[in-house]
Design a protein around this ligand. Sequence first.
Ligand code: C2E
Ligand code: CA
Ligand code: CA
Length: 404
Amino acid sequence: MMVQNLKILVIEDDDFQRRMIVNTLRTLGVSEICEAANGKQALGVLDSAVTRVDIALCDMNMPEMDGMEFMRHLGDFQYAPSILILSTLDKALLASIETMAKSYGIKLIGVVEKPIARAKLELLISQFERPIIRMPQKAAATLSFSLEEILLGMRANEFEPYFQPKVELKSGNITGAEALARWIHPEHGVISPYAFISLLEQSDNIDELTFIMLEKSAAACRLFHNRSNKVTVSVNLSLVSLNETDLAHKITTVVKNAGLDPRYIILEITESAIMTDLARALENLTRLCMHGFSLSIDDYGTGYSSMQQLIRVPFSELKIDQSFVKDFGNNEALRIVVESSIDMAHKLHLKSVAEGVETKQDLDMLKGIGCDIAQGYFIAKPMDSASFYEFCATYDATRIFSPD
Ligand code: C2E
Ligand code: CA
Ligand code: CA
């Protein structure tokens, strides 16, 4: 975008520094510049601005309201400016500010150290693109349903597993798929699990869904076996279910009735889940393992420290949570978490799985550091069973692994 057309707000408590920055911006041709001495004043400027402010150059350390608090309040504005940080902070601090800004939905366009280098400032602001105004979210994402509607939907057979492929990084082969629940709503289309899982869990109705998922996933898995090599299907198990004494028996019956050997089913359990009623959970998990099921620790890294559980329960797989995997190649701290999780998994003889793999760069790096299996949008999004069947039949590993 042309620098001349930008509207820029300079937030800096040091009068001299602020004047220097304003002058530099003027010499770059920026015509609309406003100023504030701290976050509070800046919010006032934004509140009364008639036209939209494109960029706020923002000092972090300021009296009254610092840069971080300012960014927090920015989340309330419909048209928040993008932020360019003026600072001399060290890298780790900047990284955490970046994460914070992102979670408030704010766009950071970069960091310029003080005193300001004209060339760097020019480069950063000339690359600025005015963001497209946030559109209201898709209707389906904001729909909410009552427990009664959900239960009726389940009883009308409207829930289906969608399958997301898992790929072995060494060979490129598909090893299996994770089954993710979808409500195929007759009016609203495909509804994501966020609209129904927690209500079902809170009301003690989650088992009904678990068994629908198990039954349909096991049946689909048998079909997949006719077509391709013996893939596994992973089913998510809720923490609340683990308190039930006859869970293992019921699961085994459902899977065997579908004509599938339990060794093709992997049960994914979130690590915090394992804590609830330790003795019961251990009994269930051990029995499931005895019956031939594989157990996977889901969302690894997000729950409680689970070292004890890892050792006590016979898990065979560790799934590193997507919040660590996404873009880990560009973030040193994330890279350390991912690498050490893989390392630990291997030392405990568990398969390491990375979920949320969205880019080729992440996939290649995971392969490089010895991760066993990857799952994520870069390989494929979750899809219905017919599409997964088709996906396996036409799968070509070189498409994913070929050099770009
Ligand atoms: P999860 O077990 O962590 O499943 C992975 C989620 O990440 C899925 O969301 C999947 O679609 C999404 N995902 C996969 N790859 C990528 C990627 O590359 N990028 C991004 N941004 N996302 C990716 P989904 O299907 O919406 O499921 C959300 C959660 O709902 C699941 O998280 C799981 O905790 C729960 N869930 C789904 N199905 C069931 C079920 O049958 N029973 C239970 N108890 N929970 C379920
Ligand atoms: Ca899962
Ligand atoms: Ca997860």
